[in-house]
Ligand binder design. Structure first.
Ligand SMILES: NC(=O)c1ccc[n+]([C@@H]2O[C@H](COP(=O)([O-])OP(=O)(O)OC[C@H]3O[C@@H](n4cnc5c(N)ncnc54)[C@H](OP(=O)(O)O)[C@@H]3O)[C@@H](O)[C@H]2O)c1
Length: 347
Protein backbone atom coordinates (compact mmCIF):
# COMPACT_ATOMS: atom_id res chain seq x y z
CA UNK A 1 0.00 0.00 0.00
CA UNK A 2 1.26 3.47 -0.93
CA UNK A 3 0.70 4.74 2.62
CA UNK A 4 3.54 2.53 3.73
CA UNK A 5 5.64 5.03 1.82
CA UNK A 6 6.74 7.76 4.04
CA UNK A 7 5.93 9.16 7.41
CA UNK A 8 7.70 12.48 7.57
CA UNK A 9 8.15 14.91 10.45
CA UNK A 10 5.64 17.76 10.31
CA UNK A 11 6.25 20.70 12.62
CA UNK A 12 3.17 22.81 13.08
CA UNK A 13 2.00 25.94 14.87
CA UNK A 14 -1.19 25.46 16.86
CA UNK A 15 -3.50 27.87 18.64
CA UNK A 16 -3.01 27.21 22.35
CA UNK A 17 -6.09 29.08 23.59
CA UNK A 18 -8.69 31.52 22.35
CA UNK A 19 -7.22 35.01 22.20
CA UNK A 20 -8.71 37.94 24.04
CA UNK A 21 -7.35 41.44 23.58
CA UNK A 22 -3.91 41.83 22.09
CA UNK A 23 -2.46 38.51 20.83
CA UNK A 24 0.76 37.23 22.39
CA UNK A 25 3.33 34.69 21.26
CA UNK A 26 2.16 32.50 24.10
CA UNK A 27 -1.29 32.12 22.48
CA UNK A 28 0.39 29.95 19.84
CA UNK A 29 2.88 27.12 20.03
CA UNK A 30 5.18 25.28 17.62
CA UNK A 31 4.85 21.53 18.18
CA UNK A 32 6.31 18.40 16.61
CA UNK A 33 4.13 16.12 14.50
CA UNK A 34 4.28 13.64 11.67
CA UNK A 35 2.29 12.96 8.53
CA UNK A 36 2.08 10.66 5.51
CA UNK A 37 2.55 12.18 2.09
CA UNK A 38 -0.33 10.26 0.53
CA UNK A 39 -4.06 10.73 -0.04
CA UNK A 40 -6.67 8.05 0.53
CA UNK A 41 -7.51 6.03 -2.61
CA UNK A 42 -10.50 7.54 -4.42
CA UNK A 43 -10.36 10.88 -2.58
CA UNK A 44 -9.84 14.22 -4.34
CA UNK A 45 -7.69 15.56 -1.50
CA UNK A 46 -4.19 16.93 -1.99
CA UNK A 47 -1.14 17.05 0.26
CA UNK A 48 0.80 20.31 0.13
CA UNK A 49 4.36 21.09 1.06
CA UNK A 50 4.15 24.63 2.39
CA UNK A 51 6.75 27.06 1.08
CA UNK A 52 5.52 30.49 2.26
CA UNK A 53 2.85 31.37 4.81
CA UNK A 54 1.00 34.65 4.85
CA UNK A 55 0.39 36.71 8.00
CA UNK A 56 -2.88 38.57 7.59
CA UNK A 57 -4.73 40.80 10.07
CA UNK A 58 -8.07 38.95 9.62
CA UNK A 59 -6.46 35.88 11.22
CA UNK A 60 -6.73 37.59 14.59
CA UNK A 61 -10.52 37.39 14.32
CA UNK A 62 -10.36 33.63 13.77
CA UNK A 63 -8.49 33.21 17.04
CA UNK A 64 -11.37 34.38 19.25
CA UNK A 65 -14.47 32.42 20.14
CA UNK A 66 -17.55 33.83 18.44
CA UNK A 67 -21.07 33.27 19.72
CA UNK A 68 -22.34 33.97 16.23
CA UNK A 69 -20.27 32.59 13.33
CA UNK A 70 -18.16 35.16 11.46
CA UNK A 71 -17.52 35.00 7.70
CA UNK A 72 -14.62 32.64 8.47
CA UNK A 73 -14.82 29.89 11.10
CA UNK A 74 -12.96 30.16 14.42
CA UNK A 75 -9.71 28.25 14.82
CA UNK A 76 -10.14 25.81 17.70
CA UNK A 77 -7.45 25.63 20.42
CA UNK A 78 -5.20 22.64 19.84
CA UNK A 79 -5.66 22.85 16.08
CA UNK A 80 -3.18 24.06 13.53
CA UNK A 81 -3.50 27.70 12.53
CA UNK A 82 -5.08 28.12 9.12
CA UNK A 83 -4.11 30.83 6.66
CA UNK A 84 -3.14 31.61 3.10
CA UNK A 85 0.10 30.28 1.76
CA UNK A 86 2.10 29.19 -1.26
CA UNK A 87 2.65 25.46 -1.56
CA UNK A 88 3.76 22.63 -3.79
CA UNK A 89 1.54 19.60 -4.40
CA UNK A 90 3.30 16.45 -3.15
CA UNK A 91 0.36 14.01 -3.39
CA UNK A 92 -2.94 14.40 -5.20
CA UNK A 93 -6.19 12.62 -5.87
CA UNK A 94 -7.58 15.71 -7.58
CA UNK A 95 -8.04 15.55 -11.35
CA UNK A 96 -6.80 19.12 -11.91
CA UNK A 97 -3.78 19.08 -9.60
CA UNK A 98 -0.71 16.94 -10.08
CA UNK A 99 2.41 16.35 -8.03
CA UNK A 100 4.80 19.27 -8.54
CA UNK A 101 2.10 21.86 -9.23
CA UNK A 102 2.50 25.16 -7.39
CA UNK A 103 -0.59 26.61 -5.75
CA UNK A 104 -1.67 29.38 -3.42
CA UNK A 105 -4.68 29.32 -1.13
CA UNK A 106 -5.79 28.19 2.30
CA UNK A 107 -3.35 25.88 4.02
CA UNK A 108 -2.02 25.18 7.53
CA UNK A 109 0.83 26.68 9.53
CA UNK A 110 2.87 23.50 9.24
CA UNK A 111 5.35 21.87 6.90
CA UNK A 112 2.79 19.65 5.12
CA UNK A 113 -0.98 20.07 4.94
CA UNK A 114 -3.67 17.66 3.83
CA UNK A 115 -6.31 19.74 2.01
CA UNK A 116 -9.52 17.73 1.62
CA UNK A 117 -11.22 20.34 -0.58
CA UNK A 118 -8.91 21.76 -3.23
CA UNK A 119 -11.47 24.39 -4.29
CA UNK A 120 -9.71 26.80 -1.95
CA UNK A 121 -6.51 26.53 -4.03
CA UNK A 122 -5.44 28.51 -7.10
CA UNK A 123 -2.85 27.05 -9.45
CA UNK A 124 0.06 29.46 -9.91
CA UNK A 125 0.24 30.42 -13.59
CA UNK A 126 3.41 32.50 -13.41
CA UNK A 127 6.05 30.43 -11.65
CA UNK A 128 8.68 32.71 -13.20
CA UNK A 129 7.64 35.36 -10.65
CA UNK A 130 9.01 35.15 -7.08
CA UNK A 131 6.68 32.58 -5.50
CA UNK A 132 6.42 34.56 -2.25
CA UNK A 133 4.56 37.25 -4.25
CA UNK A 134 1.56 34.90 -4.25
CA UNK A 135 1.09 35.61 -0.53
CA UNK A 136 0.82 39.31 -1.36
CA UNK A 137 0.84 41.33 -4.54
CA UNK A 138 -0.20 38.33 -6.69
CA UNK A 139 -2.41 36.74 -4.04
CA UNK A 140 -5.20 37.66 -1.66
CA UNK A 141 -3.96 41.14 -0.57
CA UNK A 142 -3.23 42.22 -4.16
CA UNK A 143 -6.69 41.15 -5.30
CA UNK A 144 -8.15 43.01 -2.31
CA UNK A 145 -6.45 46.25 -3.38
CA UNK A 146 -7.52 45.73 -7.01
CA UNK A 147 -11.22 45.07 -6.40
CA UNK A 148 -11.42 47.51 -3.49
CA UNK A 149 -10.11 50.36 -5.57
CA UNK A 150 -11.58 49.56 -8.98
CA UNK A 151 -14.90 47.90 -8.16
CA UNK A 152 -15.90 49.09 -4.71
CA UNK A 153 -14.49 52.64 -4.78
CA UNK A 154 -14.77 52.90 -8.58
CA UNK A 155 -11.61 54.99 -8.86
CA UNK A 156 -11.29 57.18 -11.92
CA UNK A 157 -8.75 59.62 -13.30
CA UNK A 158 -8.52 62.82 -11.28
CA UNK A 159 -9.90 61.39 -8.03
CA UNK A 160 -8.20 62.39 -4.77
CA UNK A 161 -7.46 59.16 -2.91
CA UNK A 162 -6.45 58.62 0.70
CA UNK A 163 -5.06 55.21 1.75
CA UNK A 164 -4.42 54.29 5.40
CA UNK A 165 -1.91 51.59 6.46
CA UNK A 166 -0.52 52.64 3.10
CA UNK A 167 2.83 50.85 3.16
CA UNK A 168 1.30 47.48 4.06
CA UNK A 169 0.35 44.53 1.90
CA UNK A 170 -2.93 45.97 0.65
CA UNK A 171 -2.15 49.68 1.02
CA UNK A 172 1.01 49.78 -1.10
CA UNK A 173 -0.85 48.14 -4.01
CA UNK A 174 -4.05 50.16 -3.62
CA UNK A 175 -2.08 53.41 -3.70
CA UNK A 176 -0.05 52.42 -6.75
CA UNK A 177 -3.11 51.22 -8.64
CA UNK A 178 -4.72 54.58 -7.88
CA UNK A 179 -1.65 56.35 -9.30
CA UNK A 180 -1.86 54.18 -12.44
CA UNK A 181 -5.51 55.24 -12.76
CA UNK A 182 -4.43 58.89 -12.73
CA UNK A 183 -5.44 59.81 -9.19
CA UNK A 184 -3.82 62.12 -6.64
CA UNK A 185 -2.79 59.76 -3.83
CA UNK A 186 -1.77 60.39 -0.22
CA UNK A 187 -1.09 57.65 2.30
CA UNK A 188 -0.71 57.47 6.06
CA UNK A 189 1.67 55.13 7.83
CA UNK A 190 3.07 54.65 11.31
CA UNK A 191 6.75 55.59 10.88
CA UNK A 192 8.90 58.06 8.94
CA UNK A 193 10.63 55.11 7.24
CA UNK A 194 7.28 53.88 5.92
CA UNK A 195 6.22 57.37 4.81
CA UNK A 196 9.50 57.70 2.97
CA UNK A 197 8.75 54.45 1.12
CA UNK A 198 5.36 55.77 0.05
CA UNK A 199 6.97 58.76 -1.60
CA UNK A 200 10.19 57.29 -2.97
CA UNK A 201 9.38 53.66 -3.76
CA UNK A 202 5.64 53.56 -4.36
CA UNK A 203 5.22 56.93 -6.10
CA UNK A 204 2.49 58.34 -3.84
CA UNK A 205 2.08 62.11 -4.22
CA UNK A 206 2.47 62.53 -0.48
CA UNK A 207 2.28 60.77 2.85
CA UNK A 208 2.28 61.44 6.56
CA UNK A 209 3.15 59.69 9.80
CA UNK A 210 -0.18 59.56 11.64
CA UNK A 211 1.57 58.89 14.95
CA UNK A 212 3.15 62.36 14.78
CA UNK A 213 -0.11 64.20 14.09
CA UNK A 214 -1.94 65.81 17.00
CA UNK A 215 -5.10 66.34 14.95
CA UNK A 216 -5.90 63.86 12.15
CA UNK A 217 -8.71 66.03 10.84
CA UNK A 218 -6.29 68.93 10.38
CA UNK A 219 -3.71 66.63 8.79
CA UNK A 220 -6.20 65.41 6.17
CA UNK A 221 -7.35 68.97 5.51
CA UNK A 222 -3.70 69.88 4.87
CA UNK A 223 -3.25 67.14 2.24
CA UNK A 224 -6.75 67.37 0.77
CA UNK A 225 -7.79 71.05 0.92
CA UNK A 226 -10.62 70.30 -1.51
CA UNK A 227 -11.58 67.02 0.10
CA UNK A 228 -11.21 63.28 -0.48
CA UNK A 229 -13.01 61.45 -3.29
CA UNK A 230 -11.95 57.97 -2.15
CA UNK A 231 -10.90 56.75 1.25
CA UNK A 232 -9.40 53.25 1.07
CA UNK A 233 -10.02 52.30 4.69
CA UNK A 234 -7.66 49.87 6.38
CA UNK A 235 -7.53 51.02 9.99
CA UNK A 236 -10.83 52.39 11.37
CA UNK A 237 -10.94 54.25 14.68
CA UNK A 238 -9.83 57.89 14.82
CA UNK A 239 -8.64 57.86 11.21
CA UNK A 240 -12.06 56.89 9.91
CA UNK A 241 -13.65 59.68 11.93
CA UNK A 242 -11.18 62.20 10.51
CA UNK A 243 -11.67 60.92 6.95
CA UNK A 244 -15.47 61.18 7.29
CA UNK A 245 -15.07 64.88 8.03
CA UNK A 246 -12.94 65.40 4.94
CA UNK A 247 -14.94 63.56 2.28
CA UNK A 248 -16.13 65.37 -0.83
CA UNK A 249 -19.68 65.27 -2.12
CA UNK A 250 -20.32 61.85 -3.73
CA UNK A 251 -17.12 60.45 -2.22
CA UNK A 252 -16.66 56.72 -1.70
CA UNK A 253 -15.24 54.89 1.29
CA UNK A 254 -14.07 51.34 0.52
CA UNK A 255 -14.26 49.59 3.89
CA UNK A 256 -11.45 47.10 3.56
CA UNK A 257 -10.36 46.71 7.18
CA UNK A 258 -10.32 48.29 10.64
CA UNK A 259 -7.16 46.92 12.17
CA UNK A 260 -7.14 49.43 15.06
CA UNK A 261 -10.23 47.69 16.42
CA UNK A 262 -9.35 44.01 15.99
CA UNK A 263 -7.97 43.62 19.52
CA UNK A 264 -10.62 45.69 21.30
CA UNK A 265 -13.25 43.94 23.39
CA UNK A 266 -15.73 46.69 22.48
CA UNK A 267 -15.66 48.36 19.04
CA UNK A 268 -14.72 52.02 19.17
CA UNK A 269 -17.49 53.23 16.85
CA UNK A 270 -17.49 56.11 14.39
CA UNK A 271 -18.88 59.47 15.47
CA UNK A 272 -19.00 61.42 12.23
CA UNK A 273 -21.37 59.24 10.22
CA UNK A 274 -23.67 62.17 9.50
CA UNK A 275 -21.06 63.20 6.89
CA UNK A 276 -22.38 60.32 4.80
CA UNK A 277 -25.67 62.14 4.49
CA UNK A 278 -24.43 65.68 4.17
CA UNK A 279 -21.81 64.76 1.55
CA UNK A 280 -23.85 61.94 -0.07
CA UNK A 281 -20.96 59.55 0.50
CA UNK A 282 -21.18 55.84 -0.27
CA UNK A 283 -19.42 53.71 2.34
CA UNK A 284 -19.24 50.04 1.35
CA UNK A 285 -17.65 47.06 3.03
CA UNK A 286 -16.31 44.17 0.99
CA UNK A 287 -14.68 40.78 1.47
CA UNK A 288 -12.14 39.70 -1.11
CA UNK A 289 -13.35 36.10 -1.32
CA UNK A 290 -16.53 37.37 -3.00
CA UNK A 291 -14.26 38.40 -5.89
CA UNK A 292 -12.19 35.23 -6.28
CA UNK A 293 -13.92 34.68 -9.63
CA UNK A 294 -11.94 37.66 -10.91
CA UNK A 295 -8.61 36.25 -9.83
CA UNK A 296 -7.31 35.20 -13.28
CA UNK A 297 -7.95 38.62 -14.83
CA UNK A 298 -6.27 40.26 -11.83
CA UNK A 299 -3.28 37.88 -11.98
CA UNK A 300 -2.62 38.68 -15.63
CA UNK A 301 -2.97 42.44 -15.09
CA UNK A 302 -0.73 42.43 -12.01
CA UNK A 303 1.99 40.24 -13.56
CA UNK A 304 2.01 42.72 -16.46
CA UNK A 305 2.39 45.68 -14.09
CA UNK A 306 5.20 44.00 -12.16
CA UNK A 307 7.09 42.94 -15.27
CA UNK A 308 6.63 46.39 -16.77
CA UNK A 309 8.00 48.06 -13.64
CA UNK A 310 4.69 49.86 -13.10
CA UNK A 311 4.13 48.42 -9.63
CA UNK A 312 6.85 48.19 -6.96
CA UNK A 313 6.51 45.74 -4.10
CA UNK A 314 8.04 45.33 -0.66
CA UNK A 315 7.75 42.27 1.50
CA UNK A 316 8.97 41.51 5.02
CA UNK A 317 10.10 37.88 5.27
CA UNK A 318 10.41 36.02 8.57
CA UNK A 319 12.60 32.94 8.22
CA UNK A 320 11.23 29.66 9.59
CA UNK A 321 7.89 28.34 10.81
CA UNK A 322 8.80 29.09 14.44
CA UNK A 323 8.85 32.81 13.60
CA UNK A 324 5.24 32.80 12.42
CA UNK A 325 3.59 33.80 15.73
CA UNK A 326 5.85 36.79 16.32
CA UNK A 327 5.44 37.84 12.68
CA UNK A 328 1.65 37.72 12.95
CA UNK A 329 1.57 39.69 16.20
CA UNK A 330 3.84 42.31 14.65
CA UNK A 331 1.05 43.34 12.28
CA UNK A 332 -0.76 44.90 15.24
CA UNK A 333 2.19 47.06 16.30
CA UNK A 334 3.28 48.01 12.78
CA UNK A 335 6.49 46.01 13.09
CA UNK A 336 6.21 44.83 9.48
CA UNK A 337 7.56 46.94 6.65
CA UNK A 338 5.60 45.80 3.61
CA UNK A 339 3.82 42.47 3.23
CA UNK A 340 4.55 40.14 6.17
CA UNK A 341 5.15 36.52 5.30
CA UNK A 342 7.00 33.53 6.65
CA UNK A 343 9.41 31.41 4.59
CA UNK A 344 8.97 27.77 5.63
CA UNK A 345 10.84 26.03 2.81
CA UNK A 346 12.36 27.38 -0.36
CA UNK A 347 12.14 25.77 -3.76
N1 LIG B 1 -11.82 43.15 3.16
C1 LIG B 1 -10.97 42.19 2.83
O1 LIG B 1 -11.32 41.24 2.14
C2 LIG B 1 -9.55 42.32 3.29
C3 LIG B 1 -8.53 41.51 2.74
C4 LIG B 1 -7.22 41.71 3.17
C5 LIG B 1 -6.93 42.66 4.14
N2 LIG B 1 -7.95 43.39 4.67
C6 LIG B 1 -7.69 44.42 5.68
O2 LIG B 1 -6.81 45.37 5.12
C7 LIG B 1 -6.07 45.99 6.17
C8 LIG B 1 -4.58 45.92 5.81
O3 LIG B 1 -4.19 44.57 5.76
P1 LIG B 1 -2.73 44.18 5.28
O4 LIG B 1 -2.70 42.72 5.08
O5 LIG B 1 -2.35 45.07 4.18
O6 LIG B 1 -1.86 44.52 6.57
P2 LIG B 1 -0.55 45.44 6.63
O7 LIG B 1 -0.99 46.83 6.30
O8 LIG B 1 0.51 44.83 5.81
O9 LIG B 1 -0.15 45.33 8.14
C9 LIG B 1 -0.95 45.89 9.12
C10 LIG B 1 -0.56 47.36 9.36
O10 LIG B 1 -1.63 48.01 10.04
C11 LIG B 1 -1.12 49.11 10.74
N3 LIG B 1 -1.70 49.14 12.09
C12 LIG B 1 -1.60 48.19 13.05
N4 LIG B 1 -2.28 48.57 14.16
C13 LIG B 1 -2.79 49.78 13.89
C14 LIG B 1 -3.59 50.71 14.65
N5 LIG B 1 -3.97 50.45 15.90
N6 LIG B 1 -3.92 51.87 14.06
C15 LIG B 1 -3.53 52.16 12.79
N7 LIG B 1 -2.80 51.32 12.03
C16 LIG B 1 -2.44 50.15 12.57
C17 LIG B 1 0.40 48.93 10.82
O11 LIG B 1 0.98 49.85 9.92
P3 LIG B 1 1.49 51.32 10.41
O12 LIG B 1 2.88 51.13 10.90
O13 LIG B 1 1.36 52.11 9.19
O14 LIG B 1 0.56 51.72 11.53
C18 LIG B 1 0.61 47.52 10.31
O15 LIG B 1 1.85 47.38 9.67
C19 LIG B 1 -6.41 45.24 7.45
O16 LIG B 1 -7.39 45.99 8.13
C20 LIG B 1 -7.00 43.95 6.94
O17 LIG B 1 -7.88 43.35 7.85
C21 LIG B 1 -9.23 43.22 4.27
Amino acid sequence: MAAAAAEVPNRRVILKRYVTGFPSEDDMEAVAGATHLVVAPGSTAVVLKNLYLSCDPYMRGRMSKHERPSYVPDIVPGEVIVGFGVSKVVASGHPDLKVGDLVWGLTGWEEYTLVPDARSLFKISHSEMPLSYYTGVLGMPGLTAYVGLCEVAKAKKGDSVFVSAASGAVGQIAGQLAKLTGCYVVGSAGSDEKVNLLKTKFGFDDGFNYKKEQDLNAALRRYFPEGIDIYFENVGGAMLDAALLNMRVHGRIAMCGMISEYNLEQPQGARNLSSLIVKRVRMEGFVVSDYFGEYRRFEEDMVGYLKGGKIAYIEDVAEGLEKAPVALIGLFTGRNVGKQLVAVARE
